[in-house]
Design a protein around this ligand. Structure first.
Ligand code: HEM
Ligand code: MG
Length: 232
């Protein structure tokens, strides 16, 4: 059908967001990763993940800063370091260390191996993963940017993967689903995943982000939060 997983071809753009890459690989977003805007993303998030506009709109507004094109952006544009893209990601390296765009299995090991002994991730494990990724990035990248802005985005992204791959009310997500989502940028339908019956919105994401943030025992590395408003 129209929403089969198809790997991106040589002219298709992808970027640092596993959530949007997956939507493009299934044709909820344009498969070429271009001509994205607010309505295109809100429709795709709803159809693919049952995500409602209030959980996505701020990220889309920020994404418009990543290009000089006032009307559209691409999945590649949003890699612009300092707009949304940040250090200490779960599955990509820091910008200063090379490749902040492509999935990196070594970086992803921290998340993959978290919550040992059970077959699910939850807000506690997600917080522990953020703490470990930050500690490792602080060592690897002496110029790391780690203010309350990046902390807030990172906690929200962890709530995203638990919600779209698991139960958005409890924040419990099967490991197998989360791993396929990151590694293959694929909806694990064949493995038993289904789109959440519960809509995912600010009211469900907020408590999960808060619990994750709490469990990450975060402290700043100094600096002033700011948002990069353009490529120049
Ligand atoms: C990163 C999920 C929507 C832009 C991430 C990450 C996750 C995620 C789990 C963290 C990746 C990592 O740390 O390695 C989702 C889901 C979405 C969604 C499930 C639902 C549709 C969006 C939207 C935008 C966006 C609407 C902007 C238009 C980004 C960017 C990153 C990112 C730029 C890279 C941040 C970084 O790790 O440095 N997303 N996202 N995402 N997302 Fe999304
Ligand atoms: Mg990053």
């Amino acid at each position: 059908n129209d929403h089969q997983w198809i790997a991106p071809g040589p002219n298709d753009l992808r970027g640092p967001c596993p959530g949007l890459n997956t939507l493009a690989n299934h044709g909820f977003l344009p498969r070429d990763g271009r001509n994205l805007n607010m309505s295109v993303i809100l429709d795709a998030g709803f159809n693919g993940y049952h995500m409602q506009p209030d959980g996505l709109a701020l990220a889309v507004k920020a994404a418009t800063f990543t290009t000089d094109d006032p009307l559209t952006f691409t999945l590649d544009d949003i890699k612009l370091h300092g707009t949304i893209e940040h250090d200490a990601s779960l599955s990509r390296n820091d910008f200063a260390l090379g490749d902040n765009v492509h999935f990196n299995e070594t970086i992803f090991t921290t998340l993959a191996d978290s919550n040992p002994g059970v077959d699910y991730y939850n807000t506690t494990s997600a917080g522990q993963v953020q703490q470990k990724r930050l500690a490792d990035a602080e060592i690897a990248n002496p110029n790391i940017t780690n203010t309350v802005k990046e902390f807030t985005i990172r906690s929200r992204e962890s709530a995203f993967y638990l919600s779209v791959m698991g139960n958005p009310l409890t924040g419990v997500a099967p490991k197998k689903f989360v791993q396929i989502f990151f590694r293959e940028e694929r909806l694990p339908i064949a493995e038993g995943w289904r789109r959440s019956d519960t809509p995912i919105n600010g009211s469900t994401l907020g408590p999960l982000s808060d619990a994750i943030a709490e469990q990450s025992h975060w402290t700043t590395s100094g600096g002033c939060p700011w948002i990069r408003a353009g490529p120049e």
